[in-house]
Ligand binder design. Structure first.
Ligand SMILES: *[C@@H]1O[C@H](CO)[C@@H](O)[C@H](O)[C@H]1NC(C)=O
Ligand SMILES: *[C@@H]1O[C@H](CO)[C@@H](O)[C@H](O)[C@H]1NC(C)=O
Ligand SMILES: *[C@@H]1O[C@H](CO)[C@@H](O)[C@H](O)[C@H]1NC(C)=O
Ligand SMILES: *[C@@H]1O[C@H](CO)[C@@H](O)[C@H](O)[C@H]1NC(C)=O
Ligand SMILES: *[C@@H]1O[C@H](CO)[C@@H](O)[C@H](O)[C@H]1NC(C)=O
Ligand SMILES: *[C@@H]1O[C@H](CO)[C@@H](O)[C@H](O)[C@H]1NC(C)=O
Ligand SMILES: *[C@@H]1O[C@H](CO)[C@@H](O)[C@H](O)[C@H]1NC(C)=O
Ligand SMILES: *[C@@H]1O[C@H](CO)[C@@H](O)[C@H](O)[C@H]1NC(C)=O
Length: 817
């Protein structure tokens, strides 16, 4: 294992790279006793992966640091910083060099401000410091079998690279910590840190080195208990070592499919796994805690965290960010401050003597440190708070009065439809509440200002706009390929009866039923949070508008007004497929013919997305909930193309977390680039459900999942009677040839290796009966599974997911004829 830490080559690069990121490469991968680094000079690892030198994070500051970054990536990405707490301002008169046995950074006044701090006891032969291709910067003594004096891997900053041991040193009794930067432009230690809890063999994230708010769960020997998705990773190999001297984890990358993976304790308070996408952007394919608002105090005092707004933090009404510049750098920890002093604090009355008031905030998850006081009524609760100048807020619920003394921390806005929220009354100076002026906080504008409503004038303007629009679009849909209708928000509000009839909730927002003036029934999707600018949003929407296929839900129009982004679709009277195949209560059982048509139609819709659009669109979330049915039960795939529209970097992370585990292809979790074959996998999983009428993954007991598809696949491959898999409610009424075809396609789709799965085009051809599939021979593992005659008896811990079992055991080779 240690062997991997030894540099592969120590070849000196003999030519100097000029103009490299405005840095001048010293032409070497090391600093020897007689050399130093100053100004623009850098050294570069032998294979040209990493560069070390002075860098300046961000634009504004004039602070320079010694750091290590990726040579190839234009967006500077620093993996290690030496003097993170003590920047220098003039890099040309500062020097990093070897002094005795140490690497020392001397500032402008030749004062050492950073050092490797090794004891100066033994006599040194020839000390040099080498930057390796794994990102480790190693200080060594001697040329043959050198002694390692110090290495940057033992002193990580915010990044944990593959091959780096990260844990606890039992000799020095020190824990290594990944500590986040303060903000994007300040590498000094921030509030969030990751460290190993040796007693539990688990990693924890702490706030301010004290309060823990996330744990990986103990190491089970293969995964961390609370990170079951690790099982699915064919990419990382993780080992835990514990002996008398040290306890640590180390991870390696298995193949070469992942480029520059790294784990970072991010300024967001989340631990993130990133790699470089083929388009050379950093792709966070995993992060914890999943929700930003689970990071404590993320928005600071009087800040409100809202998972669905961008940025996540806003100030309470009547408050402004304490430090605008930090706030703009997405460092919200300083929180917000009052715009106007409370009258209560102001005994000598510089104000006009009006008593403080309370603003009502609904749908809040209440701040921490509440105190219960006795109060018989809400009015009494309010006056208790009003009469105590330290009281900043109260809440009254089920005859309980709570008050808050001092700063309000950990305020969270929950969405209205979660119904978990409570109402909080926040104390404000009376003058803040005098007129319904808009505050800076976008959230407040919606929650409070939204209730105030629009003025008559605004209404008139809208009317005029609507009239004009009618003129432009005339009869609207009659015009073939009519461009999308740009709806007005107020109009949609009326059309949906103020968003009262909710049809469901997809990955990107809630969907409501509505009716246009011409009686067309529509489905309106309120997009949760859109980070795209107006122009990009409109461009993406119009691209979506051009995607038209009989098996795809048709986009009718959109609305884009400020933060309000909505999409308007044709309404599908028969809802989504899941309500017909799983539920028995009110829906009729779908007959086989309909099921087969749905399978074929869905495949055609996906084939169009994959192969016939101008740009290949990968759906990424194929499941019965996203297949809608029109009045004739013709399937229409919904929810496609939205990730790009919403402009989410982390769409992949979010999708993974959307609770559709049973459908996600294995490569999805491992972080390699996703291809259309991920949809093929999900489609196969869906077919099993369509055949059997049962859910593939049902969480019976917490942490357990049944494996119907594996059981079914083994039966199919073994040539058992496919009718035994058929939904019992159909009482055997199905075309045997069609049933066999669907079963074989399903098996073919869910193979571990994406290259072995068919394309959507092939699937359409098979279902149309144009080509046939020959099934592979049965592997031994399936035999074992087959001994269990009832699939609902087969359980595995959730961590050993369908994918991993199939992946380990199959290796199906499939052919067509
Ligand atoms: C470093 O400098 C010393 C004298 O200053 C000299 O003796 C030695 O050879 C030099 N080493 C290298 C590698 O240039
Ligand atoms: C730095 O400045 C450039 C141009 O002024 C701007 O495009 C870039 O976004 C800025 N970077 C940061 C991190 O503020
Ligand atoms: C380290 O040792 C050298 C001689 O070996 C001596 O000249 C130097 O002053 C020592 N440095 C410190 C910081 O003790
Ligand atoms: C973090 O903890 C230290 C004491 O360990 C305290 O002085 C400091 O104020 C805390 N930081 C914050 C932001 O509360
Ligand atoms: C750490 O070292 C102490 C002796 O210094 C030893 O008693 C203890 O068992 C060691 N811990 C582990 C986990 O090996
Ligand atoms: C622990 O460290 C000592 C001294 O460095 C070394 O001799 C011993 O082999 C180490 N033990 C293990 C298990 O690595
Ligand atoms: C209020 O005024 C009185 C007398 O003018 C003064 O003694 C007191 O310090 C003032 N209090 C505050 C809070 O300003
Ligand atoms: C305000 O309330 C707190 C908590 O109930 C209490 O400790 C404090 O003494 C009160 N202050 C006044 C001025 O009543």
């Amino acid at each position: 294992m240690d062997k991997k830490n030894i540099p592969r080559h120590m070849v000196l690069v003999l030519f100097a790279y000029l103009f490299l990121n405005t840095h001048t490469c010293l032409g070497a991968d090391s600093i020897s006793a007689n050399q130093s680094i100053s100004g623009d000079q850098t050294i570069e690892s032998a294979g040209g992966v990493f560069v070390l030198g002075f860098f300046k994070p961000g634009n504004s500051s004039n602070s320079y640091y010694i750091g290590i970054w990726y040579k190839e990536i234009s967006e500077p990405t620093t993996v290690w910083v030496a003097n993170r707490e003590r920047p220098i301002s003039d890099r040309f008169s500062s020097v990093l060099r070897i002094s005795d046995v140490n690497l020392v950074l001397f500032d402008e006044s030749k004062i050492p401000i950073w050092s490797t701090n090794i004891e100066n006891s033994t006599t040194s032969v020839s000390v040099n410091a080498v930057l390796q291709d794994d990102g480790n910067f190693v200080l060594k003594d001697g040329s043959n079998s050198p002694r390692i004096l110090w290495q940057s891997f033992e002193h990580p900053t915010n990044t944990w690279l593959p091959g780096c041991k990260f844990g606890y040193n039992n000799i020095t009794k020190t824990s290594q910590r990944l500590i986040s930067w303060k903000n994007a432009e300040d590498p000094s230690p921030g509030l969030y840190s990751l460290e190993l809890d040796t007693s539990n063999r688990a990693y924890t994230i702490l706030w301010n080195r004290s309060k823990d708010y996330w744990t990986s769960g103990p190491w089970t020997g293969q995964i961390f208990d609370l990170v079951p998705e690790m099982t699915d990773s064919p990419i990382f190999e993780c080992t835990y070592i514990s002996n008398i001297n040290e306890s640590y984890f180390i991870y390696y990358v298995k193949g070469s499919s992942t480029k520059y993976p790294r784990a970072v304790m991010d300024v967001s308070g989340q631990i993130k796994l990133l790699n470089l996408s083929p388009t050379k952007r950093w792709d966070a394919f995993w992060s914890q805690p999943r929700q930003q608002c689970e990071v404590p105090y993320f928005c600071g005092a009087y800040g409100i965290c809202n998972e669905k707004s961008l940025p996540f933090c806003n100030c309470l009404m009547g408050f402004v960010p304490k430090s605008k510049s930090y706030w703009d750098l997405e460092d919200y920890s300083n929180g917000c401050q009052r715009k106007s002093k409370l009258n209560c604090d102001n005994v000598n009355g510089t104000g006009n003597g009006e008593r403080d008031k309370f603003v009502e905030m609904s749908s809040m998850s209440l701040p921490e440190a509440r105190q219960y006081v006795t109060a018989g009524s809400e009015a009494e609760c309010e006056s208790t708070c009003l009469n105590n100048c330290s009281c900043t807020a109260y809440a009254f619920d089920s005859d309980r009065c709570s008050i808050w003394i001092g700063e309000l921390l950990n305020l969270k806005q929950v969405s209205v439809d979660e119904r978990k929220g409570e109402t909080l009354y926040v104390r404000l100076a009376a003058l803040e509440l005098r007129s319904p002026k808009k505050s800076n906080g976008g959230v407040i504008v919606e929650v409070v200002g939204g209730a105030v409503g629009s003025t008559v004038l605004l209404g008139l303007i809208i009317l005029v706009i609507l009239r004009q629009r009618k003129k432009i679009f005339g009869p609207g849909k009659a015009v073939a390929e009519a461009s999308l209708v740009a709806f007005d928000y107020r109009y949609l509000q009326i059309a949906t009866n103020n968003f009262s009839e909710k049809l469901g909730r997809g990955g990107f927002g809630s969907v409501f039923k509505g009716k246009l003036n011409d009686s067309t029934v529509i489905a309106v999707k309120q997009l949760d949070s859109v980070s795209q600018g107006e122009k990009q949003f409109r461009a993406e929407v119009s691209t979506l508008g051009t995607i038209q296929h009989v098996n795809l839900v048709r986009l009718h129009g959109f609305c884009s007004q400020g933060s309000k982004k909505l999409l308007v679709y044709n309404y599908m009277p028969n809802g989504s497929l899941d309500s017909h195949i799983f539920e028995t209560k009110n829906s009729e059982v779908l007959n086989w013919e309909t099921r087969y048509r749905i399978a074929l139609g869905t495949a055609r819709g996906l084939c169009y997305l994959h192969e016939e659009c101008r740009e290949c669109i990968i759906h990424c979330d194929i499941k019965p909930d996203n297949v809608l049915l029109d009045a004739e039960f013709c399937p229409k795939v919904s929810d496609f193309g939205l990730a790009k529209l919403v402009g989410r970097d982390f769409s992949r992370v979010l999708t993974t977390m959307r609770g559709t585990r049973g459908y996600i292809a294995p490569e999805w979790i491992s972080g390699v680039a996703i291809t259309a074959k991920a949809d093929v996998y999900s489609f196969g999983m869906m077919l099993f459900e369509l055949i059997s009428g049962r859910r593939n993954s049902k969480n019976h007991v917490e942490g357990e999942v049944s494996f119907f598809p594996i059981w079914a696949a083994s039966k199919i491959i073994k040539g058992c009677d496919v009718f035994s898999l058929l939904d019992q409610r159909l009482q055997g009424n199905a075309d045997p040839e069609e049933l066999t075809r669907v079963c074989r396609v399903a098996c073919w789709c869910i193979q571990y290796e994406e290259t072995q799965r068919p394309s959507m085009g092939q699937i359409v051809q098979i279902l149309e009966g144009i080509i046939n599939v020959n099934l592979p021979p049965l592997t031994r593992s399936f035999d074992i599974l087959l001994d269990n005659s009832d699939p609902s008896d087969i359980f595995f811990p959730e961590s050993s997911s369908i994918q991993s079992i199939l992946g380990l055991e199959t290796g199906m080779a499939t052919t067509t004829s």
